[in-house]
Design a protein around this ligand. Structure first.
Ligand SMILES: [Zn+2]
Length: 76
């Protein structure tokens, strides 16, 4: 698997359930890539050839508490 390589951005049509690289069907595995801060990007991985790719901007917050910020968190 090419873990150090950035996932390729795939432009899709009506449906995407087969690997854009090797053509293996039945969907994909999912992995996560930490973006800056407290956000994770979803990366799709072909279970057959390991091709990693993204489809649009698919990310979500980690739910981790934000770091201490003195400008907000310090009292009056
Ligand atoms: Zn594949």
């Amino acid at each position: 698997m090419e873990k150090d390589k950035a996932p390729e951005a795939i432009r899709m049509e009506e449906e995407l359930s087969a690997c854009p690289k090797c053509g293996a069907g039945r969907g994909f595995h999912v992995s996560f890539l930490r973006k800056e801060g407290r956000s994770l990007a979803v990366v799709l991985v072909c279970p057959s050839c390991g091709f990693r790719f993204t489809v649009g901007e698919w990310s979500f917050p980690t739910g981790e508490p934000r770091p201490y910020d003195p400008s907000i968190d310090s009292g009056p």
